[in-house]
Design a protein around this ligand. Structure first.
Ligand code: 0GY
Length: 300
C-alpha cells in the first residue's frame, strides 16, 4: 500500500495503448513525457497541487519501445516540485536514451547544477500555469536563466494563451533557447488567424531562439478523441512555418486529464496529420530533438 493516494478524480494512464499505424523514423524522440515516483521511492513534493498515480521509468521505457521511439526527454513534473531525484534516477538508468528538463530554485548550488548536467539534464522549466504552481518571481527566474545559460542549457516555458501578452517581454528577454510547451496552450475554439494565436506566432517568428512543442491535442481539443480534429490546423501551421524549431512528445502519463485518457498509439497517429511530409517528420522527431538534447549525435 503506497503512502500516497491519487486524487479522487485522477485518471490512470492507458494500460494497453494501440500499436500506431504511423511508424516514426529511426531514432525518433518523445520529447515531452514525465515520470511520477513511484511515490514510495521518490515521494511527491509537499507543495504539489495534485497527487498522481505512479508512472515509473520502466513503464516509460516499455511505452517508448511499443510506440517505436528510440529516446525520451523527461520533463520534471510539478508533483515533484524542485526535488529532481526521480528524474535523475530515470536519466541515470536510461543507458543514455533519456535526457531531462529539471525544475530548480535560485538557491541551487553550482555543484547541484553540475550533478543534474552529469545525469543528462539539459534545460530548466519555468511554469506559469497557476493551477499547477506558485510561479517564482521574475528576479529568481532571471538569475536561474543566467546561470544555466553558461551550461549550454535551454529554458522550457509553460503558460496558457491568455497569459502570453503579459509575459511576452519577460520571455523575449530570456538569454537562451526557449521551448514553449504545447504551443502556448491555444484556445482552439478561437480562430488560428485570431489575435491570441497570432501573438504566439509572432513570438516564434520574431525570436529565432524560440521553439515550440506541438504536443497535447488531447489537452487542447474541445472535439476530443479519437481524432482531435480541431487541433490539427494550429499544430500544422507551426510545424510548417518553423520546421526546424518544433518538438513532439506524448506527454505520458498525461497529468490532470479530466475527461478522457488518450491512447498513446492514437497520439502517434496524429503526427502525420500535423507534419505531413517525411522531411517535416524527420525534423520534428529526430533532427530537432537531437540538436537540442543530443548534439553530440547529430549528423548535420
Ligand atoms: C504537461 C501538463 C500538465 C502538468 C504538468 O508538471 C506538471 O505537473 O506538466 C498539466 O496539467 O497541464 O505539460 O504535461
Amino acid at each position: 500500500m503506497s503512502q500516497f493516494t491519487p486524487d479522487a478524480d485522477w485518471l490512470h494512464w492507458h494500460q494497453s495503448p494501440s500499436k500506431p499505424h504511423y511508424k516514426p523514423p529511426a531514432g525518433a524522440v518523445d520529447a515531452h513525457c514525465h515520470v511520477f515516483g513511484p511515490g514510495d521511492q521518490f515521494p511527491f513534493a509537499p507543495e504539489r497541487k495534485y497527487t498522481p498515480c505512479d508512472a515509473s521509468k520502466d513503464q516509460l521505457w516499455a511505452l517508448r519501445d511499443s510506440l517505436g521511439f528510440a529516446r525520451n526527454v523527461i520533463v520534471q513534473a510539478t508533483c515533484h516540485g524542485a526535488d529532481n531525484r526521480a528524474l535523475i534516477d530515470a536519466l541515470q538508468q536510461s543507458q543514455g536514451l533519456a535526457r531531462g528538463v529539471a525544475t530548480v530554485k535560485p538557491d541551487i548550488s553550482d555543484a547541484q547544477l553540475q550533478h543534474l548536467h552529469d545525469a543528462g539534464v539539459r534545460g530548466v522549466r519555468f511554469n506559469f500555469v497557476k493551477r499547477l504552481v506558485d510561479a517564482l518571481p521574475f528576479d529568481g527566474l532571471k538569475s536561474i536563466a543566467e546561470r544555466i545559460k553558461h551550461m549550454g542549457w535551454h529554458i522550457v516555458i509553460y503558460f496558457e494563451a491568455q497569459e502570453l501578452a503579459e509575459l511576452y517581454d519577460f520571455f523575449t528577454a530570456l538569454p537562451t533557447t526557449v521551448v514553449v510547451d504545447h504551443m502556448g496552450r491555444p484556445d482552439v475554439s478561437k480562430s488560428v488567424d485570431g489575435p491570441e494565436f497570432q501573438l504566439f506566432v509572432k513570438l516564434m517568428r520574431e525570436n529565432e531562439n524560440f521553439w515550440s512543442k506541438v504536443t497535447c491535442p488531447e489537452r487542447l481539443s474541445l472535439q476530443g478523441p479519437p481524432h482531435y480534429n480541431d487541433v490539427v490546423l494550429f499544430a500544422r501551421s507551426i510545424v510548417e512555418a518553423f520546421p526546424q524549431r518544433v518538438l513532439w512528445g506524448t506527454d505520458w502519463p498525461h497529468p490532470n486529464m479530466k475527461t478522457h485518457m488518450p491512447d498513446d498509439g492514437k497520439l502517434v497517429d496524429f503526427i502525420p496529420r500535423i507534419a505531413p511530409t517525411v522531411e517535416l517528420q524527420r525534423h520534428l522527431l529526430v533532427n530537432n530533438p537531437l540538436r537540442l538534447y543530443w548534439p553530440e549525435l547529430q549528423e548535420n
